[in-house]
Design a protein around this ligand. Structure first.
Ligand SMILES: *Cc1c(COP(=O)(O)O)cnc(C)c1O
Length: 401
């Protein structure tokens, strides 16, 4: 019997009841704007920031309109000017080079390894080209952060971490987002907590956060923030910093607060699913699993593997045969950007040199969403289907399409 998977790869879990109740209360109050509080009332957005800062252990936190907005704000607050080069990953999602372009910066792409992390040797060779690295922990794979920070610190390069896929993750005992000067997070539907759109920016630098708050559009109401530096910090900054509105509202904050409390539980559920897939795909001929270092405590909201050095036709055949059995796989080797999948040479507004070593890896990267609506049994079935189709094509038992 040929198994067919019928789950939906885009179906996330509902917002918890507590979040729905909190959202209703905000709507009943009519006070959706974060600065629209009465008397000593504390806005949901301000409480959420305080709670997120406590979760990751940062001094300061700002809730914003998207992950992309968090990154542009971090770049601006780091002093990136029009025309400045900014180092970033060749393997990432479009909003990352987009954030650099938004501030007039020019991305300098750094390669990806077979372990799907930034190539630290390539980074070392390019560090003299820029003052800032926008580091993307793409698909939740964290590089050797101790080595990366040593390299960047020695070169005087500031690190901004894109933690869209590493909220709740840790490297060597320190949360992702806490290594660099800024950490940026997304609360968009496909990330680890879901408010449709949204994001966070964290840092420990008082002036950095004062600038970020002013940039986000605080209308001189920065005193209403709680995970923020003392008001004196704003004395000069408030005159020098443009308002580029991108605040989070209380409605989104209200639905995020209960989700944040569940983050560790959800992370464990994601990882249990990941481990079932990993075990089910172990030693599949032709398929390379991504090693997960001991120092990396990841949150697996998606699953990747490599079909390294496969012909594009053979990869297409695997994708088509899996799709016919209900398994939606995405491929980073396609020549055209599709859906959420694009690569450094698809972003034609940004100059890039050919990167043969990275191209070889990207040509083999297969990516799958892992929503929590999938059960462990679902994951076991997904592994059986992928294993069967990869093996059949690899062993030449089916004709390439
Ligand atoms: C989702 C995502 C972001 C931020 O996305 P927004 O849609 O702007 O919230 C940033 N980086 C990566 C790698 C992402 O996947």
């Amino acid at each position: 019997m040929t198994e067919i998977f019928t789950g939906s790869f885009t179906q996330q879990e509902p917002i918890p009841d507590e979040g729905i109740a909190a959202a209703n209360a905000v709507m009943q109050s009519g006070r959706l704007h974060r600065y629209n509080t009465s008397g000593h009332e504390i806005a949901e957005a301000a409480l959420l920031e305080e709670e997120f800062a406590a979760t990751v252990g940062s001094k300061y936190c700002l809730a914003v309109a998207s992950g992309g907005y968090a990154m542009t704000t971090a770049l601006r607050a780091s002093g990136v000017q029009h025309g400045d080069k900014v180092l970033t990953n060749a393997f990432t999602l479009a909003p990352v080079p987009g954030a650099i372009a938004a501030v007039g910066g020019v991305p300098v792409f750094v390669g990806v390894t077979e372990d799907l992390v930034i190539d630290l040797d390539d980074l070392a060779a390019k560090l003299d080209q820029a003052k800032v690295l926008l580091l993307s922990h793409m698909r939740g794979h964290i590089c050797d952060m101790d080595r990366l920070m040593a390299l960047c610190d020695a070169a005087g390069v500031a690190v901004i971490e894109d933690c869209a896929h590493t909220m709740g993750a840790v490297w060597n005992g320190m949360p992702s987002g806490r290594w660099g000067r800024f950490g940026c997070y997304s609360t968009q539907t496909y990330k680890h907590i879901n408010s449709g759109e949204g994001g966070f920016l964290i840092c420990d630098g008082a002036e950095d956060m004062a600038r970020a708050i002013m940039l986000s559009g605080s209308y001189m109401l920065f005193e209403k923030h709680r995970a923020a530096p003392p008001v004196e910090t704003f004395a000069k900054i408030k005159y020098e910093t443009p308002n580029i509105s991108g605040r989070m509202d209380n409605l989104r904050a209200a639905i995020l607060r209960p989700q944040l409390r569940d983050l560790a539980t959800q992370a464990a559920r994601w990882n249990a699913r990941y481990r079932v897939l990993e075990a089910g795909l172990a030693e599949t001929p032709g398929l390379r699993l991504i090693p997960r270092p001991e120092k990396e405590q990841f949150v697996a909201s998606s699953f990747q593997f490599l079909l390294l050095d496969w012909s594009p036709d053979a990869v297409h055949t695997v994708l088509a045969r899996c799709a016919a059995r209900g398994v939606e796989l995405k491929w980073f080797g396609g020549s055209e950007p599709k859906g959420f999948t694009s690569r450094y040479d698809s972003w034609r507004y940004a100059p890039s040199e050919p990167m043969p070593a990275s191209d070889r890896v990207l040509a083999g990267v297969i990516d799958m969403r892992l929503p929590l609506t999938f059960s462990l049994d679902d994951c076991a079935m997904l592994a059986r289907i992928i294993r069967a189709e990869v093996s059949a094509v690899y062993q030449g038992n089916v004709a390439a399409e």
